[in-house]
Structures are given as C-alpha cells and as structure tokens.
Design a protein around this ligand. Structure first.
Ligand code: ADP
Ligand code: TRP
Length: 321
C-alpha cells in the first residue's frame, strides 16, 4: 500500500494539524510505503515572502521529524524538489472541468472571506491531484477539510483513465473520525487562518496564556454541566491526557464543582508533557540542520524515481511521447 500526504509551510503547525494529519500519517508509516512532503508550491498561492517560505519549510521539516516521522520508513521531501509534478498538473488541468473546481469549498470559503483569488488558488486542487497521482498513491491521510480535494483527485484520475487508458491508481482519503475536526480556542475548527490555534511547539508562557484564554460560558463552578463532553478543554484534554484522566475531569464537570480555571490548568500541564519528548527532539534537530537537509534531499531523490515513472506513463498514454 502506498500512503501519501502533504502539508503546507504556511505558518506554525498546531495541534489540529498534529492530531488530524501528522499523527495518523506517522502511524501509517508502519503500514506501507509512505511518501510525505512539504507543499511549498501550494504555499505560493497565499504567501509571497521568500524568506518566510524558506523558514516555514524548514520549520515544518523539523516539526514533522520531531513528532516521529522516520526517514528510514517514510520518504520525506520538499514538493518543489520534484518539479515533474507541475507537468502532470498541466495534463490534469486540461481535463478538469471548471465547474468541478468552482464547487470546491476551500476556494469558495476563501473568496467569501474576502481573499482576492489568483489562478493558482483556483487551480490548487489540480496540483494536489498531481501530488497524489504522481506517486501511485492508494491512501491519503488528511483532516476532514481535505476530503473534497481527494474526491476531485479521484474524478480526475478516472477521467484521465477513461480518456487515455488505465494510467493512474484511483486513491482514497483516510480520515480519523475521532480527530476529524480539532476545535480551536474559540470552539471553531482550529486553523491558522482563524487565529485560534494552540501551536505544537509554542513558547511556554504564550501557550499557557492561550489555553487559559479558551472561551468558556459563564456558568458558575458549582453548577452541574450535563453537556460536559462538548466543552473545548475537555475535548482537547481527551487528545493529550490518558483517558482515565480526561474522563475523570469530564465527570467532575458534569456533576458540578470543577472550575474552568482548574480544568484549563490541567489541560496545559497535560499538553506540555505530551509534547515534551518531541520538543526535546526538535531542539536536537535544530542544532543539526545539515542532517535535516540531507533527509529532504535523499527523500527527493527517492520520490523522483517514482514520479518520473508515472509521468512517463501519462506522457505515453496521452500521446506526448
Ligand atoms: P490550517 O487550517 O491551519 O491552514 P491546513 O489547511 O494547512 O491547516 O491543514 C493541514 C492538515 O491538517 C490537513 O490535512 C488538515 O485536514 C489538517 N487539519 C488542519 N486543521 C485541523 C483541525 N482543526 N482538525 C483536524 N485536522 C486539521
Ligand atoms: N491541501 C493540503 C492542505 O492544505 C496540502 C496538500 C497538498 C496535500 N497536496 C496534498 C495533502 C496531497 C494530501 C495530499 O492541507
């Protein structure tokens, strides 16, 4: 089984990224041939500072390796180190119906939020399809917000196969229901674009402040809370604390008598301890950037071998060769 996923270097990674995409991807590296990449071409649709792009790309590499991506098991690379993917994106764009792309939620949401879209933002699902198809991927671990993009990929693979003969593997998304949408500090989906994130490797004081600032209601501590399972701090605690701990807090909140301040303090402590081993590994990696660069370069070489094979197949099928 070939597993593939990507993440954009568009800012500091948060625990929604971790539980929604990185952890499932890291666990899946044991189950097949995993290909994971840093989607720096994608970041060009919305980030226009070369220095920040380079820095963010390095940060994502450090974050992913620190969290447990094992370069001996997974092929880890920068998207732009395998530029063959842009040629495949062109081929796919010629069979991508305008209407299909116009219906993509992420594009519509961004336009609704007042972003003036460039063509890259509109065509982004086609590049994502190329990312997936060029590695003959079977499964794509992502958070729920990316489901539609994998559906577009399937549509394009099927259309191409019908037009030019069997060329591409038709992939499927893999979404973990338990963490399909991790809530942010305001209870909405945690997202860089909503400013409601808890970073994986945030600075201690600032992160504590964010957790203590989680939005709660105004019910008094003594009041029973029959909806305790909906509380954002409880939902996050379930991700970072052993289940007996989170269920204990949930029961106390339900009965009444647990103050939100104490709950948030417990959340901060469990969050901090949960990521401490990764935080230490990250510091070691940051002191050894030559190693990180060599991992990415080696990953790109291995990825390019597969990409060239699949691209040649598509070039032959479509009569370019
Ligand atoms: P953001 O919304 O912060 O910009 P991205 O769109 O870059 O995050 O998402 C990167 C990966 O992390 C995707 O696979 C996405 O599905 C996943 N992801 C992002 N936010 C969450 C969340 N709150 N819950 C679960 N998964 C998420
Ligand atoms: N679109 C994804 C995101 O914003 C990143 C991405 C790009 C990706 N290409 C991909 C994810 C291919 C999975 C497979 O999170």
């Amino acid at each position: 089984m070939r597993i593939l996923s990507g993440i954009q270097p568009s800012g500091a990674l948060h625990i929604g990224n971790y539980f929604g995409m990185m952890l499932p991807a890291i666990e899946m590296q044991e189950q097949g041939e995993a290909y994971y990449f840093i989607a720096n071409y994608h970041s060009m649709t919305s980030l226009f500072d070369p220095i920040i792009r380079r820095q963010n790309t390095l940060d994502v590499a450090l974050d992913f390796l620190a969290c447990g991506l094992d370069p001996k098991k997974a092929v880890f690379f920068r998207q732009s180190d395998v530029s063959e993917v842009c040629e495949l994106a062109w081929m796919l764009t010629t069979i991508a119906p305008m209407g299909l792309l116009e219906r993509c939620h992420s594009f519509k949401d961004k336009v609704a939020n007042g972003i003036s879209p460039n063509h890259g933002l509109f065509a982004y699902p086609v590049l994502m399809a190329a990312d997936i198809l060029i590695y003959d991927s079977d499964v794509v671990p992502v958070g729920r917000d990316q489901k539609q993009h994998v559906e577009v990929t399937r549509d394009l693979a099927t259309k191409f196969n019908q037009a030019y003969g069997e060329t591409f593997v038709v992939p499927a998304e893999r979404i973990r229901d338990s963490v399909a949408v991790v809530p942010g500090t305001d209870g909405q989906k945690m997202s860089k674009s909503y400013g409601n994130t808890i970073e994986i490797f945030g600075e201690e004081k600032a992160t504590k402040k964010r957790i203590m600032g989680l939005v709660m209601d105004s019910r008094s501590p003594s009041e029973p809370k029959p909806d305790a399972e909906k509380n954002v701090a409880i939902q996050l605690l379930k991700l970072v604390a052993p289940s007996e701990v989170s269920l204990g807090f949930e029961a106390r909140l339900r009965e009444g008598g647990l103050g939100y301040g104490d709950l948030k303090k417990a959340l901060f402590e469990h969050y901090w301890n949960f990521f401490t081993p990764a935080r230490n590994r990250r510091a070691e990696l940051a002191a050894n950037l030559d190693y990180v660069e060599s991992v990415l370069r080696d990953g790109a070489e291995r990825a390019r071998i597969v990409a060239r094979t699949v691209l040649t197949r598509a070039r032959k099928a479509s009569g370019l060769e």
